[in-house]
Design a binder for this molecule. Structure first.
Ligand code: AMP
Length: 137
């Protein structure tokens, strides 16, 4: 599938849309999910233009998973999370809604996850959670 430069995450990466950011470097951005499936739901995206995990160059995948782990540790510490679901949906058939590869970190149980990308979260609450996570990074 061709990469759509106008997808939401590409626009966030270009600074055209806002995001509640947790971490950013040359290769990766981590930010809060605006329709969280649990408190503290975060997303980690590589900056390379790739639609799914299958399109991601191995070096970018390896680097990104390091940051996924770093953010997961901060979520665990900041929110006293007992478990974190790492979710990655590749392809519409899997439920992917934004066509830029991303890793979900959801402090919850797979058995408790509600419907995906369904309901807008409370932005003030998400911002407060982001501040706690950032402080633990
Ligand atoms: P997926 O369905 O795996 O592609 O996940 C896309 C995720 O992006 C969903 O969990 C959405 O809630 C989330 N999302 C969509 N738009 C935004 C946005 N502007 N900022 C942060 N998260 C978003």
């Amino acid at each position: 599938m061709a990469y759509d430069q106008q997808n939401i995450f590409a626009r966030i990466l270009r600074g055209e849309l806002p995001a509640i950011k947790l971490y950013e470097d040359e290769h990766v951005l981590a930010f809060m999910d605006i329709m969280p499936q649990a408190d503290g739901h975060a997303l980690v995206i590589p900056k390379v233009a790739a639609v799914t995990l299958l399109d991601l160059p191995p070096e970018a995948a390896a680097y990104t998973i390091n940051i996924v782990q770093k953010v997961a540790k901060a979520i665990e510490k900041a929110l006293d999370a007992k478990g974190i679901v790492l979710m990655q949906l590749s392809g519409e058939a899997a439920g992917q809604t934004v066509p830029h590869v991303h890793f979900h970190l959801i402090p919850s149980s797979i058995h408790h996850l509600g419907k995906h990308a369904a309901q807008m979260g409370d932005q003030d609450k998400i911002t407060a959670l982001a501040e706690k996570i950032k402080a633990a990074l």
